[in-house]
Design a protein. Structure first.
Length: 746
């Protein structure tokens, strides 16, 4: 028999995964091994061999985009549109089943799926009934606990007393139960209910379960390593009759435990589905051998994995570059300069990505890319200065400089909550309009009247006094120190510390990074001017851009060149993951590193810094343990702190933990001014304490009176020359002291 066209081009393992249609099959698909092609070709093969009609196949994905792509590709393979099949996300399929049997869980078929805001309001209502303090137990954290229980398939009656002990004054189980009752009363569900209610129906009404067991002759599941307990139970129930289930996934890319994913689901597949076959896709079509070998050597250190040996027929290419630098600022400088070099060589910016472990890391890269006029995009979230917590903090700082900034004042007047609601703000606006004065001045007026309720009046009076005190501190304290005081004393930091949502920790890290970035500027005004310039950097949707994103957001993507900064213990692997999850947390961090490396097709460049400024304080850092786990034969090691050889860092610990106050004399071909916190990325000389003076060891080629150009500050005239430092009066930016290497003669 001739081979059908749609089966041509498959390698041996892919062909086996497509043709083995009956019985339970686990396709263990390594990074870049063509899992999507296997999944769609398998569906086409079932249809073309008339083993099932389209409506007898259930295909489950994790995103709507993946579902659409699956439909398009299968239709293309068989040469016609496919109608009536069940392809979609867990939530979409769950909702479809639930609407057909809503009455079995006391709902009507036209139920509404609530968004997070409405879920929060409902939880608050239940908490108010039981007089639970929202400040002590934020509704968002209570909702987060409830959703985790739903991810584990736990209805209120299945939550043990031990699990709810101590939460919400011991009433968390009661809140969960009443929250569910309120949802049903309103004929609504949340996303967790879409599968949880299905599990209840399948468990309590076996005849209904049997309908779907007989209906779905074949079940296909994508990204099986990312399933949670509820999804796992749902699949097992549906597949238990025909037992024709094919799950495609990669245990080495399970990186979403914080979203409820259980890597154990894929690890115990053979135990759960008796007589199952495991097919390993090991031929990688994406990365060069050195990148692949480095990633494989790293992930082999994990104990909790099924194991596979990836290989590729691609030419060897470059080794993985591992580079040590003095600090985070230099890391951004070198990385972005490397990007500029590749751009000048003609490489498309679309094929370059910077993948960070934590969102706060993008700030230094964004600043540097803007200075170099290199377009970029941030995937998975707004740009650093556009993030909510950053804008809130900056609004506080703007009011310090000008109490006439009505937009900033209105933004933070009740953030964090002070009991100043819409009525209070409206009263302020009325006073401001009548007297033609700014809102802040109106606030000073209104606190001396009875127009506001006592609680609101006291809160507003406290806020005004706080700003007066903070503003006075600018005369005696460094602006970064004042900024720290503001976000602490305002309660803004505490607000996020009390928030147990998954992104709260990242927001706190972003605030720390914001304060660190301020230190690079002479004063608060200079920093806010810089932010304004950054915010003016308009997006051009048609131009090529470098991609900045977190490693979690990068899964499923690929780029020719991938930069991987911040490979230091504590940052990556992240200390919080190791503290909270122990060995399992470390193994997930290692899987995240594996995902990062395998995003690269041609170049992978890892960097680490010996020192980082965290929350306005310098901290020594050691290279990530993951660097030591990379096979030496597949990497090139280079440190700006001195040449390193071999794959072990044991002998270099003294160098890497060097006191940052010491003045390096020579680090390769990079001059010392790039390594001390007295010079920022624009060459601006930052004033320091007298005992920490800069040692001059060179003279400048520039002279007093020369006209020069600076990439950020524009044109100016040299007023004074001191060694390699220039005092320049810029036409538009005033007088600044800058290193001579950052300006050009004109």
């Amino acid at each position: 028999m001739p081979v059908p066209e749609y089966l041509k081009g498959l390698n041996e393992a892919q062909s086996e995964a497509v043709n083995l249609t009956d019985g339970p099959v686990l396709v263990l698909a390594g990074a870049g091994t063509g899992k999507t092609r296997v999944l769609t070709t398998r569906m086409a093969h079932i249809l073309m061999n008339r083993k099932a009609q389209p409506w007898e196949i259930l295909a489950v994905t994790f995103t709507n985009k993946a579902a659409r792509e699956m439909k398009e590709r299968v239709s293309g393979l068989i040469g016609r549109p496919v109608e009536g099949w069940w392809v979609g996300t867990f939530h979409a399929i769950g909702a479809r089943i639930l609407r057909s049997h809503a009455e079995l869980v006391d709902l009507k078929p036209n139920f509404i799926i609530l968004d997070v805001d409405d879920q929060m309001r409902l939880v608050k209502q239940v908490m108010e009934v039981h007089r639970i303090d929202e400040k002590k137990w934020p509704p968002r954290s209570i909702l987060s606990v409830i959703q985790r229980w739903k991810d584990r398939g736990l209805t209120p009656d299945k939550v043990s007393d031990a699990e709810g002990q101590g939460l919400a004054d011991g009433l968390i189980s009661v809140i969960y139960s009443e929250y569910q009752e309120r949802l049903k009363t309103l004929n609504t569900v949340d996303f967790g209910d879409l599968l949880l209610h299905c599990l209840t129906i399948f468990s309590n009404y076996p005849d209904t379960l049997e309908i779907y067991q007989k209906k779905f002759k074949y079940i296909l599941v994508d990204e099986y390593q990312d399933t949670n307990v509820s999804q796992y139970l749902w699949l097992r129930l549906l597949a238990s009759l025909n037992n024709n289930i094919c799950c495609v996934g990669d245990d080495d890319q399970s990186i979403y435990s914080w979203r409820g994913a259980e890597v154990g689901n894929i690890l115990k597949f053979e135990k759960d589905f008796k007589g199952s076959e495991v097919i390993r896709l090991e031929q990688n079509y994406r990365s060069t051998p050195h990148i692949l070998a480095a990633a494989s050597g790293l992930i082999a250190k994990n104990q909790g994995r099924l194991g596979k040996s990836l290989w590729t027929g691609i030419e060897a290419g470059e080794k993985v570059s591992v580079r040590g630098v003095w600090d985070g600022e230099e890391e951004a400088l070198i990385t972005c300069d490397e990007i500029e070099i590749r751009k000048k060589r003609g490489q498309s910016l679309e094929e370059i990505a910077v993948l960070v472990r934590a969102g706060f890391q993008t700030r230094e890269f964004e600043d540097r890319l803007i200075n170099l006029a290199i377009p970029y995009r941030v995937i998975g979230g707004p740009r650093f200065y556009e993030r909510m917590e950053t804008r809130d903090a900056i609004a506080y700082f703007r009011i310090l400089l000008s109490d006439q900034d009505d937009l900033a004042f209105e933004r933070i007047i009740n953030v964090p909550k002070r009991g100043l609601g819409k009525a209070s703000v409206q009263a302020l606006h009325e006073v401001a309009r009548k007297q033609s004065i700014p809102l802040f001045s109106a606030a000073r007026e209104i606190v001396d009247t009875d127009e506001l309720k006592p609680r609101a009046r006291n809160a507003l009076s406290t806020l005004i006094n706080d700003f007066d005190r903070w503003r006075a501190n600018l005369d005696s304290l460094n602006h970064a120190e004042v900024a720290t005081i503001v976000i602490e004393e305002s309660g803004y930091t505490e607000m996020w510390q009390n928030d147990s949502s998954p992104d709260a920790a990242g927001r706190l890290e972003n605030l720390k990074e914001l304060i660190s970035g301020m230190e690079e500027f002479e004063n608060l005004q200079g920093f806010l001017e810089h932010v304004s310039l950054v915010m003016e950097n308009e997006e051009n949707v048609s131009e090529e851009k470098v991609t900045l994103m977190t490693l979690h957001s990068a899964k499923g993507l690929e780029f020719d060149t991938v930069f991987l900064p911040g490979w230091e213990d504590g940052l990556f692997p992240h200390q919080r993951s190791m503290d909270e999850e122990g060995v399992s947390g470390l193994e997930e961090e290692r899987r995240l590193a594996y995902v990062g490396l395998t995003r690269a097709k041609k170049e992978a460049l890892v960097t680490y810094a010996a020192n980082r400024r965290i929350y306005n304080q310098w901290q020594n850092a050691l290279p990530s343990r993951f660097i030591d786990e990379l096979p030496p034969e597949n990497i090139d090691l280079l440190s700006e702190l001195g040449e390193l050889s071999g794959g072990s860092w044991a002998n270099n610990e003294a160098v890497l933990s060097r006191d940052i106050s010491s003045k390096p004399q020579s680090f390769g071909n990079i001059q010392p001014y790039n390594r001390i916190n007295k010079i920022n990325r624009d060459g601006l000389v930052i004033e320091q304490d007298s005992e920490d003076t800069f040692v001059e060891d060179a003279s400048s080629n520039f002279e007093q009176g020369n006209r020069v150009f600076h990439q950020k500050f524009g044109y100016g005239k040299i007023l004074n020359v001191s060694g390699t430092k220039l005092e320049i009066e810029f036409d538009k930016s005033g007088v600044k002291r800058v290193m001579d290497s950052f300006v050009e003669a004109v």
